[in-house]
Design a protein. Structure first.
Length: 201
């Protein structure tokens, strides 16, 4: 049985406290991505408040020992500032009483195992040929790295597990969403962190 909530994660009143085993999400980066009605160009303090409130709602919904799994860019370049985004979110969430259990690194645009800039996503050919024809190391002014982290937090106290994996998942553009998860990423998370009969949000 499935329930679908078409609303902001900042207001999840229909989801009871401590009722979810696994939350999987990826917050907006505030770099001007076209998300429809959501403004992705908020002032810095408003953006931090929005992310903080949304993540607190996720933590509220999690049962004891439940997991919050975030897919986030390792770094952002926002309004002239270089931001270690995964670290920022890790500190924010651990202040909510969550423990960092593990992390995985995902390269979301690669060819022959070599990381590529976003404009080369879904181009065909060998990596050297792609760089020669299309490539540049320069990204747009408001951008994020193509190295993403899957941060795995646990509601409760756990020991840090340093044995994360390096994943190669090329994102495939989808109609209606500017930032889809890469092929196989959700399956990886569900297979690894959701027990049979568990509730996922």
């Amino acid at each position: 049985m499935y329930s679908i909530y078409n609303q902001s994660s900042a207001m999840m009143d229909q989801v009871p406290d401590a009722s979810v085993d696994l939350v999987v999400t990826s917050p907006p980066y505030n770099i001007g991505t076209a998300y429809g009605r959501h403004s992705d160009k908020l002032p810095q303090y408003e953006y931090k408040d929005m992310v903080n409130h949304s993540l607190k709602e996720c933590v509220r919904a999690l049962c004891l020992n439940g997991r919050l799994v975030l897919q986030v860019a390792d770094t952002l370049y926002m309004r002239g500032n270089y931001i270690q985004y995964a670290g920022f979110l890790t500190r924010l969430i651990m202040k909510m009483g969550m423990s960092l259990g593990s992390r995985h690194f995902a390269l979301v645009s690669t060819c022959d195992g070599i990381e590529l800039p976003e404009e080369l996503l879904n181009k065909t050919g060998r990596s050297g040929e792609l760089w020669e024809e299309y490539g540049t190391f320069t990204e747009q002014a408001q951008a994020h790295s193509n190295t993403h982290q899957w941060l795995v937090f646990v509601k409760g106290s756990v020991e840090w597990n340093p044995k994360g994996e390096i994943l190669y998942f090329n994102s495939v553009p989808e109609n209606g969403h500017p930032c889809p998860f890469g092929n196989g990423e959700i399956t990886f998370v569900l297979d690894r962190y959701l027990s049979p009969g568990g509730v996922v949000l």
